[in-house]
Design a protein around this ligand. Sequence first.
Ligand code: MRU
Length: 352
Amino acid sequence: MALQTIELGDIGRDIRILDQTLLPFRIEYRELSTWQDAAEAIKVMRVRGAPLIGATAACGMALAVRSDPSDAAMFKAADGLRETRPTAVNLQWAVERCLSILACTPPDDRIKAAWVEAASIIGEDRAANRAIGEFGMPLIKALADPLDGEPVRILTHCNAGWLATTHLGTATAPIYLAHEAGVPVHVLVDETRPRSQGAALTAWELERAGVPCDVIADNAGGLLMQRGQVHLVITGADRVAANGDVCNKIGTYLKALAARESGVPFCVSVPTSTIDPAMPDGSSIPIEDRGADEVLHATGMDLDGTIRTVRTAAEGVSAINPAFDVTPAEMVSTLITERGLIKPEHAGRIVE
Ligand code: MRU
C-alpha cells in the first residue's frame, strides 16, 4: 500500500504519522497517543504543510476527548494545539471545526464525533487534492502542446506535495496527474533552506513517483527564468488572505518577483481551507519565527549512515529566521483550488 502521511485508526484507536524529520533517509511511523503527541509532532515538524497540519490538529482533538471528554480538557487541548504554529490557517480552521461539533455533543458521545470529524477533514482534503490536480493539469497540458514533446519545466518551492497533505499534494497534484497522463514534465525543486523541504521531501516524492526533477539552489530560479528554462511556477500556500495575497514558505515572494520579470505564470494551488476570509490582506498574517538554529545548522546523513546536524556558520554568529513571506495578489496569475481556477482577488468571496 502507498505510504500515507497520517493514518487514523478505527474509532478510539491510535493514530500514526509518517515522521518527516527523518526523511529522506528513513521511513518511520510514530504513534500519536495523546493530544500533546499531536501538538509536538506539529511543532517540531514531524508533520508539516498546511493541510496536513490541519488534519493532525483534528486528530489531536480526537485524542484529547479520548483521554478526557470534559469541556475543560477539550478547550485546553484546543488552545495547546492552536499555539503550535501560527501561520498555516488550516490549523485554526481544523480546531474550530472540531470544537464547533464537539461543543454541542454530550461528553459521552465525543470520542465517536471527534473521530468522524477528523475522518471527514482527511477525506475532504483527499478529494480536494484530486480536484486541484484535475483543474490544474490542463494548465500544464496547454504549455506542453507547443513544446513538441519537450518537457514543461515547472519550478516549485518548499514541499506542497503529498507529504504536506493527505493525498496528491496541492502544488504537485497537477504535476502528478500530468505525468500520469503522459504529458512530459520536468520539475525544478527549490532546495528551500533553512529546513530543505524541497531537497529532502519534494525531490524524494517526485523521484519515488518517477517524475523527472532537479534540485536547484534557492538562488538559481531567477537565472533559469531569465534564460527561458522555466515555463511555469506552482507553489502551495499556508494562508491566502481575502484579497488574494499569498503567504507561503520564505523565498516564495522572490520567485514571484523573478517570474513577473520574466513573464512566467505564477500559480498557487490551495484547498479553500487555506483561504482565510477574516484576513483582509497579507500584511496581518502572523509570520512564524523559527529561531536562529535552523539557519546556522544543516542536517543530513553521514557517509556512515548516521543522520547528523552540523553547524555551518562560525560560533557566535547570529541569524534571523522568518519562515514565511507574503506574495501580493497581483503577482499571482491563478489560484488552483478544488472549486476551480480562480482569480486571486476573488479568494475571500469564494469561501464566503
Ligand atoms: O514550514 P512548512 O514545511 O510547514 O511549510 C510548508 C509550506 O510552506 C507549504 O508550501 C504550504 O504549507 C503548502 S502545503 C500544501
